[in-house]
Design a protein around this ligand. Structure first.
Ligand code: ADP
Ligand code: MG
Length: 448
């Protein structure tokens, strides 16, 4: 089956940024300078690690929240308030438990001011198309997860949106149910059983993106920027086992795992139509690295595994361990930050320090981590210097949090601090006095 020809421009984002104001007045930038077009005829996957601003971007397109800067156009006219052409399917289904399936599906139509009779007819038709026949009078709690999400789909599709937005719609479902629903949705789309003109699916699953999308837009973190815009030219229905499929998955994986890579615009397979080039802007060097939240044990586990195995390819290793990108990436990022490994063409290669770490006993390992975090992690460095500078070698965590909140959201600032404290504790560089909320210098290190 050939992808529909993309023509009419439904949504345009021009220089869209989103920042949130913190209670202390400081601004946290979530998304920066997003330029994006969504055209009729295409399924676009918005892919990125969690926290990269995918949901935020989708909510702006739906008109649920305004951008802080830049403009969003719907049919080339500035979007004001709710986007009338958009309906959303949520990850957690978002159904009203006290309403029946039929009543839930009718909701969107009611909000659009449809009269009772046509409303009922449209709802029943969509219930039929979506495979909920016979469940009209059931309540959400009587349904399985998969059936509940069908209600979510039926409710969104009943209003015949031009753009169907879905925020990780399959991630709360078990693997088989998710795969079935994915293909059923694809059927509806490819066989034009729904008048929807374009689909935007937010996901953190690479394979999900490659199975469904005509275009994959990759978002990066801190701040969220478009890192790649790939056109997928594989015919539907795609077979996960083919070389082309796996090559593309690998390619996307490499983009996701190489934050240094700036902006890429690619069409795959190689030939075929050009894509709109997103303005390539080198990502600004963040003042603080975003520390991935992982335990040192997990990093050690990964390094040991790398030493034991032939398999160095990050993607295949993840598959072998049955780890999702979101699970393995933070570990890899942490190991990279500490210079225990490098990523080369998607392969994870241990560095001499990494090898030393593996070979070392517990004390040597702590020593190595101590050296690596002092020289590579700005936050640890800063805490350590402040501790050394203070006469009593103690600082309050509030002080660090204040500094961090200029760069991260309050929640993320706490996570960052927690990670820096855990690392320092493991390395016996500093300790943490829980009740007092103070970080203090370990005397033995202090005396060195
Ligand atoms: P994703 O969907 O990619 O996981 P989100 O769009 O949900 O990411 O969030 C991106 C970042 O924006 C997160 O760090 C989140 O904490 C922050 N964020 C989202 N909404 C708000 C808000 N209303 N106020 C402050 N920060 C927010
Ligand atoms: Mg989200």
């Amino acid at each position: 089956m050939i992808a529909k020809t993309a023509t009419e421009c439904l949504i345009t984002l021009k220089g869209v940024s989103k920042a949130y104001q913190q209670p202390n007045g400081q601004k946290i930038s979530i998304l920066e300078q997003i330029n994006l077009e969504l055209r009729s005829g295409e399924i676009v996957a918005l892919l990125g690690p969690s926290g990269s601003g995918k949901s935020t971007l989708m909510r702006m397109i739906a008109g649920l929240i305004p951008p802080s800067e830049g403009q969003i156009f719907y049919h080339n006219r500035p979007l004001v308030g709710l986007n009338p052409g958009v309906a959303i399917v949520f990850q957690n289904f978002a159904l009203y438990p006290w309403l029946t399936v039929l009543e839930n599906v009718e909701l969107g139509l009611k909000a659009k001011g449809e009269m009772p009779e046509p409303r009922l007819q449209k709802a029943l038709k969509m219930i039929d198309i979506i495979g909920l026949d016979g469940f009209e009078n059931a309540y959400p709690k009587e349904l399985s997860g998969g059936m509940r999400q069908r209600v979510g789909f039926a409710r969104a599709l009943a209003v015949e949106p031009e753009l169907l937005c879905m925020d990780e719609p399959f991630s709360a479902l078990d693997v088989l149910t998710a795969e079935n629903l994915r293909f059923e949705l694809l059927d509806l789309w490819l066989e034009k059983k729904i008048p929807t003109k374009a689909v935007l699916i937010v996901t953190h699953g690479i394979e999900e993106a490659v199975i469904l999308a005509d275009r994959i837009v990759v978002l990066g973190r801190n701040p969220g920027r478009i890192r790649a815009d790939l056109t997928v030219n594989l015919p539907h229905y795609r077979d996960r086992k083919t070389v082309e499929f796996q090559t593309l998955v690998d390619q996307v994986y490499k983009i996701l795992t190489n934050p240094e890579l700036s902006c890429v615009t690619v069409t795959t397979p190689a030939e075929s139509t050009a894509t709109t080039a997103s303005e390539a802007q080198p990502a600004p060097t963040p003042k603080y690295q975003s520390l991935p939240q992982v335990r040192t044990g997990a990093i050690a586990g990964l390094l040991e595994l790398l030493e034991d195995r032939q398999e160095k390819d990050l993607y295949r290793l993840g598959q072998e361990l049955m780890l999702e990108v979101d699970d393995i990436l933070p570990i890899v990022e942490a190991a990279k930050l500490m210079e225990f490994l490098v990523i080369q063409e998607g392969d994870l290669l241990l560095t001499p320090v990494g090898l030393q770490f593996i070979a070392g006993g517990i004390d040597q390992r702590k020593q190595i981590v101590r050296t690596q975090i002092i020289s590579n992690i700005l936050l640890v460095q800063q805490i350590y210097r402040m501790l050394q500078a203070k006469r009593n070698h103690r600082i309050s965590e509030e002080l660090i949090l204040d500094i961090l909140e200029a760069h991260f959201s309050p929640k993320e600032a706490i996570r960052q601090l927690q990670t820096a404290i855990d690392l320092g504790r493991y390395a016996e560089l500093y300790s943490y006095d829980e009740p007092g909320g103070e970080i203090f210098l370990e005397s033995e290190v202090n005396n060195q």
